[in-house]
Design a protein around this ligand. Structure first.
Ligand SMILES: NC(=O)c1ccc[n+]([C@@H]2O[C@H](COP(=O)([O-])OP(=O)(O)OC[C@H]3O[C@@H](n4cnc5c(N)ncnc54)[C@H](OP(=O)(O)O)[C@@H]3O)[C@@H](O)[C@H]2O)c1
Length: 283
């Protein structure tokens, strides 16, 4: 399907942000930078910032924090207008190791702070101590918000038994084909903002005929329809692309709406389809 003429909306006002449980704003649509390296990563982030993206999601594991930092320094966007996330690597769990890993990430990013620091995976050994270290970083105002990733309900229940701060964000794999409605309801009820990764299934479900008929109805691309479904649910989403046309296309999810009946229809697409590992293995 051809790209429509996409109207680019600015993400610097509150319209496309969600308010986290500590009052800070986070964009509903951002750029994920997994699987981009060196110049490709720097270029993609510079282009995304020019287009209007204000949320960048990286991780120590992605081995591109330095390049992301370079792109931020090169851009005209004020740091205060940007929402930067990075994550604790699985190999760095434990209280002291987490503090060290955070310092190392900041150094690579060449930043004084990040907006959001996440535990990347709920690794059994050390996840409690790592969370307590994140709380310390938050209390020392070295990070504006702390959260988790891949924490399905049992992990969030366990976290409640020792956390003194409620995670601001839980980043999980989520899409119409992996509609984790219980996780969504649990997070909403508990004041935790859900953020979806692999939101467009890396394109693997773009041939779903039910999706194609919605593309025809709205005259939008598969990625735009799917990303809009996340936003209609109030879920922040971080599709990855290193191509300018797709960065523009994906950003176009901000400038239209889906009818409520179509959101409900897409909720029925679920088939427990996953791109990444099921975190249940860490229980
Ligand atoms: N917390 C975690 O454990 C975790 C796990 C996985 C991912 N993440 C985060 O979530 C982000 C997004 O997830 P993801 O990268 O797994 O999957 P995704 O965003 O669903 O899909 C990205 C893939 O789709 C392609 N693509 C992007 N826009 C497209 C479009 N409009 N049309 C067709 N193809 C398109 C990209 O290729 P091109 O680059 O060639 O355009 C890339 O191969 C990651 O980058 C990362 O930041 C977090």
């Amino acid at each position: 399907m051809q790209n429509k003429n996409i109207v680019i909306t600015s993400n610097t006002d509150n319209t496309n942000n969600t308010k986290l449980n500590n009052g800070i704003l986070m964009p509903l649509l951002g750029l994920g930078v997994y699987d981009m390296y060196q110049n490709e990563a720097t270029q993609a982030v510079e282009t995304a910032l020019e287009i209007g993206y204000r949320l960048i999601d990286t991780a120590s594991m992605y081995e591109n924090e330095k390049e992301i930092g370079t792109a931020i320094k090169n851009s005209q966007v004020k740091r205060a207008d940007l929402f930067l996330t990075t994550k604790l690597n699985n190999t760095d769990h434990g209280f002291e190791q987490t503090l060290k890993a955070f310092d190392a990430s900041l150094k690579k990013l060449d930043q004084d702070y990040v907006d959001l620091y996440l535990i990347h995976w709920p690794i059994k050994e050390g996840r409690k101590e790592s969370w307590l270290a994140l709380e310390k970083l938050y209390q020392e105002k070295r990070v504006r918000a702390i959260g988790v990733a891949n924490y399905t309900i049992p992990f969030l229940e366990e976290l409640k038994t020792y956390a003194t701060i409620t995670p601001a964000v839980n980043q999980i794999e989520f899409s119409p084909w992996l509609f984790l409605k219980d996780e969504l309801a649990f997070c909403k009820a508990g004041g935790i903002q859900l953020q979806s990764y692999s939101p467009i299934t890396r394109g693997q479900k773009f041939n779903d005929p039910r999706l194609i008929s919605l593309c025809d109805k709205y005259q939008r691309t598969p990625a735009q329809i799917v990303l809009r479904w996340h936003i209609e649910h109030g879920v922040s989403t971080i599709p990855k692309s290193s191509k300018k046309e797709r960065l523009l296309e994906n950003f176009g999810a901000l400038d239209f709406k889906l009818d409520a009946q179509d959101v409900i229809l897409m909720n029925t697409f679920n088939e427990d389809f996953r791109i990444c590992d099921n975190p249940i293995q860490f229980l």
